[in-house]
Ligand binder design. Sequence first.
Ligand SMILES: O=P(O)(O)O[C@@H]1[C@@H](OP(=O)(O)O)[C@H](OP(=O)(O)O)[C@H](O)[C@H](OP(=O)(O)O)[C@H]1OP(=O)(O)O
Ligand SMILES: Nc1ncnc2c1ncn2[C@@H]1O[C@H](COP(=O)(O)OP(=O)(O)O)[C@@H](O)[C@H]1O
Ligand SMILES: [Mg+2]
Ligand SMILES: [Mg+2]
Length: 342
Amino acid sequence: MRVEGDNMVPRGNETDDEVVLDTTSFEQAQQRQKQLVIGYALTTKKKKSFLQPKLEVLARQKGISFVSIDQEKPLSEQGPFDVVLHKLLGNAWHEVIEDYQQKHPEVTVLDPPGAIQRIYNRQSMLQGIADLNLAECDGMICVPKQMVVLKDTTSSANEVEEAGLKFPLVAKPLLVDGTAKSHQLFLAYDRLSLAELEPPLVLQEFVNHGGVLFKVFVVGDVIRVVRRFSLPNVSNIEKSKVAGVFQFPRVSSAAASVDKSDLDPRVAELPPNPLLEGLVRELRSRLGLRLFNIDIIREHGSKDVFYVIDINYFPGYGKMPDYEQVFIDFFLSLAQAKLNKR
Ligand SMILES: O=P(O)(O)O[C@@H]1[C@@H](OP(=O)(O)O)[C@H](OP(=O)(O)O)[C@H](O)[C@H](OP(=O)(O)O)[C@H]1OP(=O)(O)O
Ligand SMILES: Nc1ncnc2c1ncn2[C@@H]1O[C@H](COP(=O)(O)OP(=O)(O)O)[C@@H](O)[C@H]1O
Ligand SMILES: [Mg+2]
Ligand SMILES: [Mg+2]
């Protein structure tokens, strides 16, 4: 097997003989031999935000092509692919991908369905984070105290107190299934208001954080952080006077990142790099994911105490600065890693 030029891997099913017998020009044959084929199964929305023209142009220049996977046809009859990139809902799709990966271990599937499933549940998503070994890093990573309510929110009022959870509580649908409803969050100020919530959900302590959230994007080994607006602090007066349940506005999913100059520097300062690097290194290996982001907030008044509140699989990378080049480098590194194994 021959490798030409930069760090590309020839497709497994192309032999040298086939290249020699090809009737196209030598240059075209060389180019095809270097191709990296990425099959993708994405929603229309995701395809639009991720497969933007700049990414496709850069990819073409490097011999990377994107091929849409037809969900109506058996996956093994399509391709051959070097990489499969996917984010579709439902167990049926996940079974298709698992079966395909078993039959085609040579293909890099981003990412394994079992690993994705774990972060589609807001309880298992955060499990183990508080115990990560980040002692050598600057700062501290915590998760808000939380409990799961599977059925009856009325009787959960006592459990909330037994668990030592303090109001106000953020109520989040337990399962993240890509629907708008799974992102509909509420702030419950008191015991009585819990009855208005619809289980299954997690009840999580609200952590004051000065209204700024850090979105930590991960693409393989690369980390990029952006600031987003979040919810303002809840004052003690508000805590004592307000009752009821209020729906959250989806402030943090706005496309625009926050301009640092408009913010209090104590709130706006990014989490320290060693902490992010340690956190991402641990999460990447524990979760078994390469494409995800983490929502982190800084506890108000502290410099280095952070809370992880959300992890998302294959998030909106279109909002990550320079995502196109980062992904091209990532795909090339996958190709190189495969080559090194041979
Ligand atoms: O649509 P986008 O670009 O806002 O991306 C959504 C993410 O926004 P973010 O990148 O964090 O700003 C969004 O992140 P948040 O949960 O809002 O933090 C989710 O990842 C969402 O996917 P799903 O509904 O959880 O499956 C993501 O939705 P999909 O694009 O995967 O449908
Ligand atoms: N425990 C919390 N304390 C303070 N704010 C929170 C907390 N949990 C969520 N938020 C706010 O609500 C937003 C959405 O919550 P998140 O858990 O990220 O759900 P989603 O998956 O819908 O983005 C966050 O971006 C943040 O602004
Ligand atoms: Mg979030
Ligand atoms: Mg989320």
